[in-house]
Design a protein around this ligand. Structure first.
Ligand code: C2E
Ligand code: MG
Ligand code: MG
Ligand code: MG
Length: 284
């Protein structure tokens, strides 16, 4: 009856609210818990780098590797960046942690060289906050000095959204990084609101097409058209192109046919620890 229905609506309304509150509390609690255990993580040496190959499509040989941060929480479970980068980006901890990543990547190159291996360039991600931090250039210079790494073996990946945020200042920072001999690439291309013609003003050599356009490449004529257009325009602007998230031979074949130079994705390898990554490096 109507009264009964009303009663149920009210009751479940209250339950929904109760449920919502609980979920919010849990989310907030989890956020807080993550944030406080992240505070000690750097000092406790809980971060590690994983490496994912970027392959040359024409030769199917290793071209470079992307450095991807992992958090070995409390020495146990491995936490991926989507679970903690937003937190440390928000609270500013990305600055020291990001610096640690750059240093650790440079050290890894030197260690591999010391073992008689020929390293490929390592691509390190820079987040927007890190990129805009005043101390960034100084930190990079110090790391290059301390480690003695060849700067041409380092690349920075910056998302187009991060690049679009700060106009002329962005251009200046990129110019300094470029002058140090470090290459720059645009990450997750196609997800922001920029155009390649605009980005051509930046001293960038490479763009990475976001996985979103690669995922359905075989099924979607529209995605094929977008990817083909990005590759064609990149070519005419003399930018090299990496396709992200390549998982199938079909996608690989399509990218090859469209003249894409590089590919990265589970088809070749997931991100792996340094001990596995080094098996891919040729001896001098
Ligand atoms: P990203 O730079 O776009 O990195 C590519 C992400 O795609 C990685 O996720 C990688 O594991 C994943 N991936 C690669 N191939 C495939 C594939 O074939 N299929 C699928 N489904 N995924 C694939 P990951 O390692 O979880 O990193 C996520 C994001 O976190 C990165 O996106 C990057 O924006 C950020 N990140 C990672 N390490 C760092 C770091 O050291 N510093 C900063 N600032 N950000 C980082
Ligand atoms: Mg990246
Ligand atoms: Mg990306
Ligand atoms: Mg991404």
């Amino acid at each position: 009856n109507a009264d009964g229905a009303m009663y149920h609506a009210k009751a479940s309304g209250r339950n929904n609210y109760q449920f919502f509150k609980e979920v919010m509390n849990q989310t907030a609690a989890r956020h807080f818990e993550l944030e406080s255990s992240l505070r000690g993580a750097l000092a406790a040496n809980e971060f590690e780098l994983h490496f994912q190959p970027i392959m040359d499509i024409g030769t199917r040989r290793l071209h470079a590797m992307e450095v991807l941060l992992r958090w070995r929480r409390g020495g146990g479970e491995l936490v991926t960046p989507d679970q903690f980068i937003p937190i440390i980006e928000e609270n500013g901890m990305i600055v020291p942690i990001g610096e640690w990543v750059i240093r650790a990547a440079c050290r890894q190159i030197m260690r591999w060289q010391g073992q008689g291996l020929t390293p490929v360039p390592l691509a390190v991600n820079l987040s927007p906050r890190q990129f805009m931090h005043r101390g960034l250039l100084e930190a990079i210079r110090a790391i290059l000095d301390d480690t003695g790494v060849d700067p041409s073996l380092i690349e920075f990946e910056i998302t187009e959204t991060a690049l679009m945020q700060h106009g002329e200042q962005t251009l200046e920072i990129l110019g300094h990084i470029n002058a140090m001999g470090i290459r720059l690439s645009i990450d997750d291309f196609g997800t922001g609101y920029s155009s390649l013609a605009y980005l051509k003003r930046f001293p960038v050599k490479k763009i990475k097409i976001d996985r979103a356009f690669i995922k359905d490449l075989e099924q979607s004529a529209e995605d094929r058209a977008i990817v083909a257009a990005i590759i064609a325009l990149s070519d005419s602007l003399q930018l090299s192109v990496v396709a992200e998230g390549v998982e199938t031979e079909g996608q690989y074949a399509l990218l090859q046919r469209h003249g894409c130079q590089y590919a990265q994705g589970y088809l070749f390898s997931q991100p792996v620890p340094h001990s596995t990554a080094q098996l891919l490096l040729p001896r001098c």
